[in-house]
Design a protein around this ligand. Structure first.
Ligand code: KPL
Length: 300
């Protein structure tokens, strides 16, 4: 049986863990809080499906890096803000397992590149998922898990594909940077507007005024990055909004929970890239300022 370690049991960690356990893999969660580890260890994890049924899976959970199974494939599903601490803990424990990183944004790429790991892949997740409690996740929209091996032995990541199904499509790609750029564009289109306007993903398109902003943002981004138009046509972003219509974006969820939003790794990263090529992205820059203002108000 294949061992999979999932670092982080937030919405994406729990969602991936549920589908991999369903496919027969032995899943162990590596989490920070004892209380969460004990709950998951004793009661398993739960996925609330789109048809309102609930699936429960038996998995392991620990807060102790020395107790994790090896050999195993690791999936790092903590937010970018938690990555520095996790990477240094992994380095101290000399973890050299194959690592699959599923963060939104771009800033984690550089951290991982500097961490000297032998086998690395990056993935993008387009599912709508909401963490309900410490062991439960609600699956609010089917999207693809796309895996792009970056260096080391790419075959080590093939087993994840065994979990492929109609409600959990898994695909592979050979260009990690391209899939991350595609996803970060989707996040730039959906996350700032939904977080600022406090709208669900689907409302962005059904409200005439937010749709106007959405369309303007799309043209602005494609003017600055014309090569992205074939990678991410308008219809593809609209499709993500529709498929995750009832989902709250991760940025809105962070805002409402009083947590810092992933502004830097998603929005600032793209503004920097645009500025490097002497392109101004005025609307996105304005949205970035609003997000930092909201974040600043949280800290005061
Ligand atoms: O990745 C997401 C997020 O919320 O961060 C999307 C795809 C926009 C789904 O909500």
């Amino acid at each position: 049986m294949m061992n999979v370690v999932i670092a982080g049991a937030g919405s994406i960690g729990l969602l991936l863990g549920s589908f991999l356990a369903e496919a027969g893999m032995a899943v162990t969660f590596f989490v920070r809080r004892e209380e969460q580890a004990a709950l998951i260890q004793h009661r398993g994890i739960q996925r609330i499906n789109q048809d309102a049924t609930t699936s429960t899976y038996h998995v392991e959970a620990t807060t102790d890096i020395a107790c994790l199974p090896t050999p195993s494939l690791w999936i790092v599903a903590v937010k970018f803000t938690g990555m520095r601490d996790l990477l240094s803990e992994m380095q101290q424990a000399k973890v050299d397992n194959p690592m699959l990183f599923v963060q939104n944004g771009l800033a984690h790429l550089e951290l991982v590149q500097n961490a000297a790991m032998p086998h690395v892949a990056f993935a993008t997740v387009e599912h709508g998922a909401r963490r309900v409690d410490d062991r439960s996740v609600s699956h609010n929209g089917v999207g693809r898990l796309t895996i792009a091996p970056a260096w080391g032995d790419s075959h080590l990541f093939e087993k994840v594909g065994q979990a492929h199904s109609a409600v959990f499509p898994v695909g592979y790609h050979d260009d990690a940077e391209q899939i991350l750029m595609r996803k970060v564009f989707i996040n730039c289109m959906i996350n700032p507007l939904t977080a600022i306007l406090q709208m669900k993903n689907g409302e962005l398109l059904t409200n005439t005024h937010s749709r106007e902003l959405f369309d303007t943002l799309f043209s602005e981004l494609m003017t600055a990055f014309p090569e992205m138009l074939t990678v991410l046509p308008y219809e593809a972003v609209a499709e993500v909004c529709r498929k995750t219509a009832n989902n709250q974006s991760s940025m809105l969820t962070d805002r409402l929970a009083g947590r810092p939003m992933e502004i830097e790794t998603i929005v600032t990263a793209i503004i920097r890239k645009a500025n490097e090529r002497n392109q101004s992205v005025q609307l996105l820059t304005m949205l970035e300022t609003m997000l930092y203002a909201i974040d600043g108000a949280r800290e005061e």
